[in-house]
Design a protein around this ligand. Structure first.
Ligand SMILES: Nc1ncnc2c1ncn2[C@@H]1O[C@H](COP(=O)(O)OP(=O)(O)OP(=O)(O)O)[C@@H](O)[C@H]1O
Ligand SMILES: [Mg+2]
Length: 500
């Protein structure tokens, strides 16, 4: 094995009654890619937050280059050459891309005495180089708020790389980027490895893990299950280590029933910016996949359908009646739901408890003679939490304390409880572990079988192919084509998505 760069020994951490980590040993070789796996809530992010000083361990020690280190702030981690790209990105939205990259280590202009002004020009020029090197098409002067989730993530990656860190932690870096962008990231990981940089990689995507990992460590319920060279593992054995049981087929089969009447008819819809002239029909009982590359306009289209973004042209009919949907309230009144891919900004009330978040939209169905039945609400919330495997101490836990994947499950549970007729899922299983993915697919099938109509935007090719009855493909904001079950192959989708 490569020379040891970093070692964590006997790391333990509790949050109240939750034992998030129990005596974990984790080490990292120089130039090694060490992948950390485990179900949602297993303790992966917590272990890494301890490594970068964002969270203090109750017990255990950390050594870097053989020397014990003590961290009390993330800035100190950087002094030891450790950087982290977070699962939940925390960019300062009003900053420019360059400001964000150089945050805390601004380039100063010489010769201004004690004033030491920031050399904006130099920062922009250097940022432009870094952006180009990463192949990211964004201006250094662009505001962080105007970047997509994927672009933001790439900027964070650039930031870590430019800090010259010897250890980079990547917490689900590819959960929001397309295959092409993932390839680009892997290319950079390969370069970093060669340069002796060590990488800790967290991901739920099985295929990635086997491509880039030298070693894999599996956590379950805060305990170390196993740590092995990737070459000694295969996907089946890895899933078994993670969930403690076999999963036959992640994509459950579904008896294809003839779809019913149109529930949503979209004609020539445009927002005048990101997508143009999109038409399709979504029928009762079907799952219509929406494929396309990042930036193809899929999320924007969903937001427009849901009244979050104004339309500039076109017509939307719900159950055959043309409706003017101008706000999410209008959309919900039409029986629509949008399960967003951006849970922090649109999906959850972070100040509330898990139960309050999940129960929010189902309130009407808990009413008996105009009074909310807390008992009915509690029962419904509990059943959805256990069905989706939302791991929280109780429904009274603040939703902000949940792991990333468990927050995503809470968003899903919330909408499932509301029982809308038309459900738009935007990247429904992003950041969700394999076991829970299977449950979500079963639920989607069940919803379709019960006569709901599902529009599923996904960048995961397997998910699109495994779950859709039909697929429409968007490219550069336009409808590039439609594929039925029979012609549904990765090649056919890619050809349409990239205008081949
Ligand atoms: N600030 C906190 N307060 C209370 N509990 C917390 C806090 N942070 C994490 N936890 C709990 O610790 C456990 C481990 O969470 P962690 O975020 O490390 O999981 P994870 O393995 O990264 O999961 P995911 O795959 O969903 O990202 C979970 O039960 C979580 O609810
Ligand atoms: Mg996590």
């Amino acid at each position: 094995m490569a020379a040891e760069k970093m070692a964590m020994r006997g790391i333990s951490k509790s949050f109240g009654n939750v034992k998030a980590l129990s005596g974990i040993d984790f080490s990292l070789g120089r130039g090694e890619v060490h992948t950390l796996m485990g179900e949602n809530g297993a303790g992966k992010s917590t272990l890494m937050k301890i490594l970068v000083g964002l969270c203090r361990a109750d017990a255990g020690e950390i050594r870097v280059d053989g020397e014990p280190i003590r961290l009390s702030a993330p800035r100190e981690a950087l002094d030891h050459g450790i950087a982290m790209i977070h699962q939940e990105l925390y960019p300062v939205l009003d900053m420019t891309v360059a400001d964000n990259i150089f945050l805390g280590r601004e380039i100063r202009r010489p010769g201004f005495g004690r004033l030491n002004l920031v050399d904006v020009r130099a920062e922009n020029a250097k940022a432009a180089l870094l952006l180009a090197e990463m192949g990211l098409d964004a201006a250094p002067t662009a505001r962080m708020r105007d970047l997509s989730v994927a672009e933001t993530q790439l900027v964070e990656i650039i930031k870590a790389l430019s800090q010259g860190a010897g250890i980079i932690v990547m917490d689900e870096p590819t959960s929001a980027i397309t295959e092409r962008e993932t390839e680009r990231l892997f290319f950079h990981i390969g370069r970093l490895k060669k340069a002796g940089v060590s990488i800790i990689y967290i991901s739920h995507k099985m295929n990635e893990i086997f491509r880039i990992s030298d070693r894999v460590t599996v956590l379950r319920d805060g305990c170390l299950v196993d740590s092995r060279p990737a070459a000694e593992l295969d996907p089946e054995s890895l899933v078994r280590l993670m969930v403690g049981r076999e999963i036959e087929d992640v994509y459950p089969g579904r008896g294809r029933i003839a779809p019913g009447e149109p529930l949503l008819t979209v004609r020539g819809l445009s927002d005048g910016r990101k997508f143009h002239d999109v038409s399709f029909t979504l029928r009762r009982g079907e799952i219509l996949g929406v494929a396309g590359l990042m930036g193809a306009g899929r999320t924007e289209m969903a937001e427009c359908l849901f009244g979050l973004r104004p339309k500039s042209a076109g017509e939307v009919a719900v159950r055959g009646n043309v409706r003017d949907i101008r706000s999410p309230r209008d959309a919900i009144a039409c029986g629509m739901a949008l399960i967003s891919d951006d849970r922090k900004q649109k999906g959850l009330n972070l100040a509330g408890t898990v139960g309050e978040n999940i129960g929010l939209l189902g309130l009407r169905s808990f009413c008996r003679r105009g009074v909310i039945s807390r008992k009915l609400e509690q029962a419904a919330v509990d059943s959805h939490m256990s069905r989706l495997g939302v791991r929280a101490e109780s429904s009274g836990t603040p939703v902000a304390a949940l792991s990333g994947g468990n927050q995503q499950k809470a968003v899903l549970a919330k909408w499932l409880l509301a029982e809308p007729e038309i459900m738009i899922f935007d990247e429904p299983t992003r950041g969700i572990d394999v076991g829970a993915k299977h449950e979500i697919y079963l639920l989607m099938n069940e919803l379709a079988a019960r006569g709901k109509a599902i529009l599923m935007i996904s960048s995961e090719m397997n998910e699109i192919i495994g779950m859709s009855d039909r697929v429409i493909v968007l490219a550069d904001g336009e409808l590039a084509g439609e594929l039925g079950r029979d012609g549904l192959t990765q090649e056919a989708i890619m050809a349409l998505a990239s205008h081949l």
